[in-house]
Design a protein around this ligand. Structure first.
Ligand SMILES: [Zn+2]
Length: 325
């Protein structure tokens, strides 16, 4: 009779070594966060506007960073096998809440039009953004009032959760926490960045923003100061940042957006507070490229050509998951 207990001890020892060797590999392979882009562009194509699902690796409780395109992005993700689907079920069950950076339509149209078929959940945003959603979209005239305050009848599908600048708050139904930082998106219009945490790992998502020098603001400088300790500690696992226009766009026509050169200028400011070596370990996910003729190719080329810091740029694709290391 041969039983497990009679396997020679040297062989058992080798088997244990093999398994122990695989465990850290498996943990590494899984990474820290999974991103599923539902929409990636900054205009024109209404089936592909800013929206990114984010969950800790190996979990299915997602939050949604902006919500320009939801359903079409989920369908693409199901087609590609990222979710087993169907799309409406993923929307209701796996998207646990929305983090809206600002109230421009390209960042929330998907949430508004899908509201009748969505499940109850929370919308997290700065107070200025929630007021616009309440008064101008869910107001009973533009669309029924799916919010939990404002013009009656109040349907209470979505709970408005106001984020106080730089104060951390749990995202209900997920294992994540969020902290908002105000950004300047042209002529004093307020946008936001979200710093999402799971355990000791962080991801930063920036909504639309102009460069500090053009906006005559210090909001990005303040954000980089808050972020620098996380970069130094190796806890920041990704930065989502916009590059809407190529470098040819004159500063007076940036409308609160970045070009590759301005993006790199801002990243240099962050590198200055940390080191280029440390920042190189943080994937930079490029969002909101305006898909006007040739723009996207030019933006990619310009980022590559002027990347003297040696940063890692990722270009998200609708429905294709990104696993952050
Ligand atoms: Zn936008």
């Amino acid at each position: 009779m041969v039983s497990m207990y009679k396997v020679p001890s040297a062989m058992r020892f080798l088997a244990c070594l093999f398994i122990l060797h695989l465990v850290p590999w498996a943990l590494r392979a899984q990474g820290t966060f999974r991103v599923v882009p539902l929409g990636t562009k900054g205009g024109l194509d209404e089936s592909n506007l800013s929206a990114y699902l984010l969950a800790p690796a190996g979990r299915s409780d997602y939050l949604c960073l902006d919500a320009g395109t939801l359903y079409h992005g989920l369908q693409k993700a199901v087609e590609r096998g990222t979710f087993s689907g169907p799309a409406h079920q993923v929307l209701r069950e796996q998207v646990k809440g929305y983090l809206i950076s600002h109230a421009h339509l390209d960042h929330l149209a998907g949430m508004i039009s899908n509201a009748p078929d969505d499940a109850n959940k929370a919308i997290y945003a700065l107070p200025s953004c929630l007021e616009i959603i309440r008064d101008h979209y869910f107001n009973g005239q533009s669309w029924p009032n799916f919010g939990d305050s404002g013009q009656p009848p109040v349907l209470r599908k979505y709970r408005y959760v106001a984020l106080a600048a730089s104060e951390e708050m749990p995202v209900e139904g997920t294992a994540m926490f969020v902290r908002a930082y105000p950004l300047s998106h042209g002529s004093g219009y307020e946008s936001a960045a979200f710093l999402v945490r799971h355990n000791t790992h962080y991801v930063l998502y920036l909504g639309d923003t102009g460069p500090d020098d053009v906006e005559q603001s210090n909001r990005l400088a303040q954000l980089w100061a808050a972020l620098a300790p996380l970069v130094r500690a190796g806890q920041l696992k990704g930065i989502f940042i916009e590059a809407s226009y190529p470098n040819e766009q004159p500063d007076r026509h940036l409308y609160g957006h970045l070009t590759p050169r301005w993006l790199l200028h801002e990243m240099a400011a962050l590198a200055h507070l940390t080191t280029p070596e440390l920042l190189r370990k943080v994937p930079i996910i490029i969002t909101h490229m305006k898909p006007t003729e040739g723009n996207e190719t030019r933006i990619r080329e310009q980022l590559r050509q002027e990347n003297t810091l040696g940063l890692t740029f990722l270009f998200p694709e609708q429905g294709v998951p990104i696993d952050l290391p």
